[in-house]
Write a protein that binds this ligand. Structure first.
Ligand SMILES: *Cc1c(COP(=O)(O)O)cnc(C)c1O
Length: 433
């Protein structure tokens, strides 16, 4: 029998490498004229992936330590996700909440059994989950606490999303500029500062106005990978218990195993009254969830809704992510690989004290903070690493963030750290010039 060899066809007219050595096989001209310019994109187009590795349209491969921004929990093309998504789309993918959705019920049960919450509302994104939390807190304030003008306190450098209420909740002016008037009823305090929190609660108690809720990230993600302090959260929980103020935690980035525990708050010795989840929950299929304890479960039919929220496809996928985390003991991997990564990054930081200030994080969300007084930004490091085949993402101007899939191997962590070391060495040489 004849076997014909496959003919290799060159990609017509597309250069394999740009001047910087980054592949540019995809021509973004039409893309840039048709899609709104809301993002600064890196000059590559990703086409496929498997595990912790992705390939661009020029055929170059990268170790993916971004994971769709802390989202692809099980990496790319995970067999369990392929199986679930395929089965569910063949069976039933969307029907609306006019009817009972069994996978939504099963996912809710898993989340309640694996967290401090008693009830769940499903939506499609982090911002939407936080909107739900804000609405729930306000309804609780009006109907139970009898506060006429409820205030929600959030932290400086926080990030809670891009809708109008959530950019207002976000304590960073750059996200709010030109979008005023913002939503009333939000005030900001420094993160991890219990004195400032006590002062604000006192000062805002005036006439019909009172603090109804505090909304915080257990670890500030976008704000620079800044972990919450145990003592701060213990004292804050006590204040909330004494005053009836609701404690809302935004677990959108750190929830679902990212820190080596299912929920970020487990690192802080406390339980929130309300918390939100999204990014990693369904491993990259869009989903959001807002959970609460029974005492503040005040939503009634008609109070809140979402057409896509909790659809069979998203919920079945999230359930598979959850079951895979448990079955494969992935939290253990997160703890081990996190330690390994921080140890390697701290060794690099020791060798370049003039460039790197600190390495910090929990589990597999880690940040490498560059010195404020050197002319080197997180984007510089991200670009240098990308040229060497590693994808990273900044968290603010000076922090390089490491959020690989939770299934990352010891070899992959090692390979990533080596690329970071080489990138820093190269940048150190140019900064010193
Ligand atoms: C990403 C993020 C959000 C917003 O999530 P979207 O899905 O982009 O709306 C909210 N809070 C935190 C902590 C996040 O990291």
């Amino acid at each position: 029998m004849f076997v014909t060899k496959p003919t290799l066809v060159e990609n017509p007219g597309i250069p394999a490498e740009s001047a910087e050595g980054v592949s540019t096989a995809y021509n973004p001209k039409d893309f840039d004229t048709n899609v709104m310019g809301t993002y600064n994109r890196f000059p590559i187009a990703l086409e496929r992936g498997t595990g912790c590795r992705v390939w661009d349209t020029a055929g170059r491969d990268y170790l993916d330590f971004v994971a769709g921004i802390a989202t692809c929990t099980l990496g790319h093309a995970h067999p369990a996700l392929i199986e679930t998504v395929t089965q569910q789309i063949k069976t039933l993918h969307h029907v609306s909440n006019l009817y009972y959705i069994p996978p939504q019920g099963e996912l809710a049960q898993w989340m309640i059994e694996h967290s401090c919450a008693d009830r769940v509302f499903f939506c499609n994104s982090g911002a939407e989950a936080n909107e739900g939390a804000i609405k729930l807190a306000r309804k609780y304030a009006h109907t139970v606490l009898e506060i006429e003008k409820p205030v929600i306190l959030t932290a400086n450098a926080s990030f809670h999303g891009r809708t109008l209420a959530t950019i207002t909740a976000t304590g960073q002016p750059k996200y709010q500029k030109n979008f005023d008037p913002l939503v009333p009823g939000f005030y900001y305090v420094p993160y991890n500062d219990i004195g400032a929190m006590e002062d604000a609660i006192g000062e805002l108690d005036e006439g019909d106005q009172r603090v109804a809720a505090v909304m915080l990230e257990p670890l500030q993600g976008e704000g620079g990978v800044r972990p919450g302090e145990l003592e701060y959260f213990l004292r804050l929980r006590k204040i909330c218990d004494e005053t009836g103020i609701l404690l809302i935690l935004d677990e959108v980035q750190v929830g679902m195993g990212r820190t080596g525990k299912y929920w970020g708050y487990e690192n802080l010795g406390i339980e929130p009254d309300i918390f939100t989840s999204a990014k990693g929950l369904a491993g990259g299929v869009p989903i959001g969830a807002m959970l609460c304890k029974q005492f503040c479960n005040v939503f009634q039919p008609g109070d809140h809704a979402s057409t896509f929220g909790g659809n069979p496809l998203a919920c079945a996928t999230a359930l598979t992510v959850a079951q895979t985390l448990e079955r494969d003991d992935i939290l253990h991997n997160v703890q081990q690989r996190g330690e390994q990564l921080r140890t390697r990054l701290r060794a690099i930081a020791m060798n370049y004290p003039q460039l790197i200030n600190e390495v910090r994080g929990w589990g597999l969300i880690n940040g490498m903070e560059l010195n404020a007084d050197v002319e080197l930004t997180a984007v510089d490091v991200v670009k240098a690493a990308m040229e060497k085949g590693l994808l990273l993402v900044p968290a603010g101007a000076k922090v390089v963030r490491f959020v690989p899939p939770l299934i990352v191997s010891a070899e992959e962590v090692d390979a990533a750290a080596t690329i970071v070391e080489q990138s820093i060495a190269k940048l150190a040489a140019s900064v010193n010039k």
